[in-house]
Design a protein around this ligand. Structure first.
Ligand code: ADP
Length: 258
């Protein structure tokens, strides 16, 4: 502190005990993780038995009811799994040598049928190989989530492109190092600038997709962003309402710690 003549007049130090607050945050995270985990076992059993029941010779009305039950049980399981993922420590990655090109190719191939069914075209522009130090499970989830969003939020007749390239060396992102850049682009619903700002918040879903009753939890992108940041990377989005969206992920090729 300084007095009226601007002379030093002492120091005030304020301490605040935040132990209770930290405890409360930890308890909440543990609670979410435990509850989601406990929900999973009975739900898996319900889905399993519904599966078996649907193999029987059934009255069409009963079949319809069971189909609806099964669809909703699966949705609930998806929600619980997402909750568990978001409660899990997303800042911890286990890195190893990964061929990112193959990882993206596998993800693109596994959504081919789904894309065709939705009346969409999917184009992949990938190098033969791109080695990086990354967590293969978490990066796989990043790619899967961006592709599944592109499919869900693009009306029939639209197109999706996924590309991977190397940015690099001097003059690259942050002026150095080599980076992988993954881009998933769609010609879908898109979103307004205001919606774009809230996209990575837990449980946020745009009004359009809620009204259209497209299934989802609003957790995927928050989890995705956590995974990308844990790799020392960034995720960017550009989008225009009724035109389409582009999601860009950049991670350093030599891993988060380098
Ligand atoms: P979910 O897909 O389960 O709702 P996400 O966190 O993955 O959760 O996405 C949050 C919201 O962002 C979506 O509900 C949707 O409104 C919007 N969104 C995400 N990806 C796209 C996309 N490719 N095109 C248009 N909107 C999108």
């Amino acid at each position: 502190m300084y007095d009226e003549e601007d002379n030093f007049d002492g120091t005030v130090v304020v301490f605040q005990n935040v132990t209770d607050l930290m405890d409360a945050i930890q308890t909440r995270d543990r609670f979410v993780a435990e509850v989601s985990h406990e929900f999973r076992t009975p739900l898996t059993s319900i889905i399993g038995y519904l599966d078996v029941a649907l193999e029987e010779d059934l009255d069409p009305i009963v079949r319809k009811f069971l189909n609806t039950s099964q669809r909703n049980a699966e949705r609930l399981l998806g929600l619980v799994t997402s909750l568990l993922d978001s409660a899990a420590n997303s800042s911890k990655v286990t890195v190893q040598e990964v061929n990112l090109a193959r990882l993206v190719r596998n993800s693109a191939e596994s959504v081919e049928v789904q894309t065709k069914k939705a009346g969409l075209s999917l184009q992949a522009d990938l190098p033969d190989r791109m080695d990086a130090k990354a967590d293969p499970v978490k990066m796989g989830q990043v790619v899967d989530n961006l592709l599944s969003n592109a499919i869900k939020y693009t009306p029939s007749g639209g197109s999706i492109t996924v590309s991977l390239r190397q940015l690099g060396g001097v003059g690259g992102v942050d002026g150095g190092g080599e980076w992988a850049e993954l881009v998933v682009r769609d010609t879908g619903f898109g979103m307004t600038a205001a919606e774009r700002g809230k996209l990575f918040t837990n449980f946020y879903r745009t009004e359009h997709v809620r009204k259209a009753a497209i299934p989802g939890t609003g957790l995927g992108l928050a989890i995705t962003q956590g995974f990308v940041r844990a790799h020392g990377g960034e995720i960017l989005v550009s989008s225009e309402k009724d035109v389409g969206s582009t999601f860009t992920v950049r991670i350093p090729l030599c891993g988060p710690d380098a």
